[in-house]
Design a protein around this ligand. Structure first.
Ligand SMILES: Cc1cc2nc3c(=O)[nH]c(=O)nc-3n(C[C@H](O)[C@H](O)[C@H](O)COP(=O)(O)OP(=O)(O)OC[C@H]3O[C@@H](n4cnc5c(N)ncnc54)[C@H](O)[C@@H]3O)c2cc1C
Length: 287
């Protein structure tokens, strides 16, 4: 599969990985778990840079914020007490739905984001959590909101840049959260996924809302019109019908081998309503 690869490196530091990536120009690629890269089998690759020994497998709580290294695996996220406790466990839940146990033992958070798939399961909870990605290249490190990281279908600003870590800021006090996924089977890629966050005021009205969606646009997205529609209102059934309908109007799904565009749009309506109901009930994710 990689018979065109001429060099394989395993750098021990981020600096070394960045240097190798820079020197390799367009023919060098980072490899972490390899679960996307091996399937892609890009024959233009001449140099592979394995970053799994570069010191990027960690989960750190700093006060109420959380920082996750790029090579942290889905299995580590799924099983981490800190990630299970963060935002009712939406990120742990999303990681737990990424393929089989074997895939989750290899697949990394950085790879899931860098691959640029609109269906990446960790991207939607991270969008709802206002996460930022820390990138490194020859010029140094910079931090950008995850929402700005995607530039189109399978296009990210990662390119010849290394994702170092993902930073999740403190979540709103009393926030309620939900992650929903519909795939053909339990371990399948999402037909649609959704993450929601909700903070209520003392009168039970929505004060802060996040609705993020995957597999329904060229990149993972926030349903900002639906979010605005809910703010200041009581979360009752008629409001939820309106808000989920707005989310379904906002998406730009395509039809493909997995589902038609119409099916995906209808699924958005159902999953957004379900996610907000779960938030309102404050039951959290089932892990
Ligand atoms: C059978 C199967 C089932 C799957 N099911 C799901 C699923 O349910 N949900 C889901 O979201 N995904 C799923 N995937 C996709 C895949 O497992 C994930 O996207 C995974 O997180 C990719 O991580 P990785 O470490 O394996 O990436 P790799 O394959 O190593 O890399 C993927 C891409 O990202 C780049 N890259 C990796 N790390 C970095 C970094 N730190 N900085 C810059 N670039 C980087 C690589 O160069 C490559 O272009 C599935 C894959 C398979 C094969």
């Amino acid at each position: 599969m990689f018979d065109t690869v001429e060099a394989f490196y395993r750098p021990g530091t981020v600096g070394e990985a960045v240097r190798l990536l820079q020197n390799g120009k367009n023919r060098a690629r980072v490899v972490a778990g390899g679960t996307d890269l091996v399937v892609e089998a890009d024959r233009s690759i001449r140099c592979l840079i394995d970053i799994t020994h570069a010191g990027l497998s960690y989960i750190r709580r700093t006060g109420k914020a959380c920082v996750i290294g790029a090579t942290t695996t889905m299995a580590a996220l799924e099983n981490s007490p800190a990630i299970r406790a963060l935002a009712s466990g939406i990120l742990a839940r999303a990681a737990a739905t990424c393929g089989s146990v074997q895939i989750r033992n290899m697949a990394t958070l950085g790879g899931n984001l860098a691959n640029g798939s609109p269906a990446a399961d960790t991207a939607t909870p991270l969008l709802a959590l206002d996460a930022e990605v820390v990138l490194a290249d020859a010029r140094g490190r910079r931090r950008i909101p995850l929402a700005e990281f995607y530039s189109g279908p399978r296009k990210t600003k990662a390119g010849r840049v290394l994702i170092v870590e993902v930073a999740i800021p403190a979540t709103p006090r009393g926030g309620r959260w939900s992650f929903q996924k519909l795939g053909r089977t339990e371990g399948d890629i999402s037909l649609v996924n959704a993450a929601a966050g909700l903070q209520l005021d003392s009168k039970g009205r929505a004060k802060w809302v996040r609705i993020a969606l995957g597999a329904v646009a060229p990149a993972p997205m926030r349903a900002v019109n639906a979010e605005k529609l809910l703010v200041g209102r009581t979360v009752d059934e008629s409001t939820l019908a309106e808000v989920s309908g707005e989310a379904a109007r906002e998406v730009r799904p395509i039809g493909d081998v997995r589902a038609s565009a119409e099916y995906r749009r209808e699924t958005v309506r159902v999953l957004v309503r379900r996610a907000l109901q779960e938030c309102a009930a404050g039951t959290g994710c089932s892990l």
